[in-house]
Design a protein around this ligand. Structure first.
Ligand code: SF4
Length: 250
């Protein structure tokens, strides 16, 4: 009888995982084949470089669960009419393109283009504010400030928004949603950087990610093992050590 119950339990969990996979496939299926904003904002650019060169398709149950959670939250939290809008911008030509045009381009024509999907652009008084939602586990600590890579992501969206829609936001807001506390909200509002500075960063990051040699490895929380379980979050450690040219970000 226990065997039967175990079988039923496994079947139900497998079915749930299939439903999760289906939702995640729908989401990744619509991704445009260009470099993405997320490639530029990793704490270590070399990790993004490896990810593009050697994509890992293996999905662990933990990864599926994290991605599913985030996708569900994003699909059901529209903050403004300007919601989940995809934008494409060529860093080398300083030009924006409609995503429909980019989908028709060949690989050569897509070179230089970075695409990204902004969660929401809200209007507060006279100000446009770019909002990005992030689910996270507080694990007993309270965030004091916005994560630099999250702030950078919003700054890059501001470039795309300006070039594609002629709308420039002065402020960004990352809305952290704590999975340990039933998605309790923690908004972090910050002033956005000058567009030219962000564009310069984008050009530099794009060129490093397109080079034949990997960029420097920035040893950071992804691979320094400085966490309770001594876990390494980067799957490319062996390749990275082999390639050398790593520095400790501290
Ligand atoms: S192991 Fe560390 S330094 Fe190397 S690619 Fe991964 S995150 Fe970057």
């Amino acid at each position: 009888m226990d065997e039967l119950k175990d079988g039923i339990a496994d079947y139900v969990v497998d079915s749930f995982h299939t439903a999760q996979d289906k939702l995640l496939r729908q989401n990744t299926g619509s991704r445009i084949k260009t470099m993405h904003v997320s490639d530029l904002v990793s704490p270590c650019l070399r990790k993004s470089y490896y990810q593009r060169l050697y994509p890992m398709y293996e999905m662990t149950d933990d990864m599926r669960s994290i991605l599913f959670h985030g996708t569900v939250v994003h699909e059901h939290s529209k903050l403004a009419p300007f919601h989940e809008i995809t934008m494409c911008y060529d860093v080398t030509k300083d030009l924006a393109y409609p995503p429909e045009d980019v989908k028709q381009m060949d690989d050569k024509q897509r070179e230089g283009i970075i695409s990204g999907t902004v969660d929401d652009v809200v209007k507060y008084g006279d100000h446009y504010v770019i909002c990005d939602k992030k689910t996270y586990n507080s694990k007993g600590y309270t965030k004091k400030e916005v994560d630099p890579s999250h702030a950078l992501q919003v700054n890059i969206y501001n470039v795309l928004l300006t070039e594609a829609y002629n709308i420039t936001a002065k402020y960004g807001c990352v809305l952290y949603l704590d999975k340990m506390k039933d998605l309790k909200e923690l908004p972090m509002v910050f002033e956005l950087d000058p567009l030219d500075d962000v564009k310069e960063f984008m050009r530099s990051a794009y060129s490093k990610l397109s080079d034949v040699r990997p960029p420097e490895g920035e040893i950071c929380f992804l691979c320094n093992g400085k966490n309770k379980l001594g876990k390494i979050y980067c799957n490319y450690l062996d390749q990275c050590v082999k390639d050398g040219n790593r520095f400790d970000k501290k």
